[in-house]
Design a protein around this ligand. Structure first.
Ligand code: HEM
Length: 221
């Protein structure tokens, strides 16, 4: 039988970055949808400058998301074993592959219990890897679209190469459609967090606040 202990799994920087990304993505989705479909625009009160404010919030949150993603990559190099970048590619090491098969069996109702693990399970880690690529696209395309006001500027200099692959219209269209990927992810993320808390009783839902999960600290991640 495995030992159940309270373990500090998510360190302070991981939790801060998680909530910065959460806030940034939430506001980016709301303001982005407004930029696409300005449902509050009113010809009667141009002085309210709603679109200008929405775009300002969008760009500030764009910076926050970029800093959050870079910060998480850095913490993935210097953080504890649960935060390591290697965990996000579980198919590249034995314990990750083992957990992947065991989680698949649980999700397909072949086994009745989730395999014990303190960090994220392998399926969740692969979803986060996918989301990382979506965020990377949003950041690069966002700064490229932003940089178009000054093609001699730094933003365009660093990201303008995307227009070599796709026209402005496609870069923007994918930036728009990606918004729904983030919304769908958020819905499933909350559901999965909740169900895992109920099924495993390992403190998942509180762990992004206090960092603590309950399980065996000696298990291989
Ligand atoms: C989760 C991340 C993000 C989401 C969900 C998101 C969403 C959106 C959406 C829905 C639009 C409107 C597209 C359209 O009109 O069809 C938009 C536009 C735009 N976004 Fe983002 N975005 C994200 C990240 C970023 C980042 C990191 C930046 C970088 C600064 C950025 C900069 C821009 C720019 C410059 C525009 C065009 C604004 C305009 O032309 O008025 N976005 N975004």
């Amino acid at each position: 039988m495995s030992v159940m202990k309270a373990v500090k799994v998510w360190e302070f920087p991981v939790r801060v970055i998680h909530w910065v990304n959460f806030l940034a993505i939430t506001l980016l989705c709301i303001t982005g949808i407004y930029i696409h479909y300005p449902f509050l625009a009113s010809a009667e009160m141009p002085e309210a400058f709603i679109m200008g404010k929405m775009r300002l919030v969008h760009f500030v949150c764009g910076w926050a998301l970029m800093i959050g993603v870079i910060g998480r990559i850095i913490w993935g190099i210097i953080g504890n074993k649960y935060a390591r970048l290697r965990t996000f590619v579980p198919f590249t090491y034995a314990s990750g592959r083992e957990n992947l098969v065991a989680v698949l069996k649980y999700y397909t109702l072949i086994t009745p219990r989730m395999p014990p693990r303190l960090g994220h399970n392998s399926m969740a880690l692969m979803a986060y890897l996918g989301l990382f690529f979506c965020a990377a696209y949003q950041i690069i395309s966002g700064f490229a679209l932003f940089g178009q006001y000054d093609v001699a500027g730094t933003a365009y200099g660093l990201t303008g190469w995307v227009f070599g692959f796709m026209s402005n219209g496609y870069v923007r269209l994918i930036h728009y459609f990606m918004t729904y990927v983030f919304i769908a992810f958020a819905m499933f993320h909350v559901y999965a967090m909740w169900i895992s808390d109920v099924a495993e009783r390992d403190g998942t839902s509180g762990s992004m606040f206090n960092g603590i999960k309950y399980g065996d600290p000696n298990l291989e991640e």
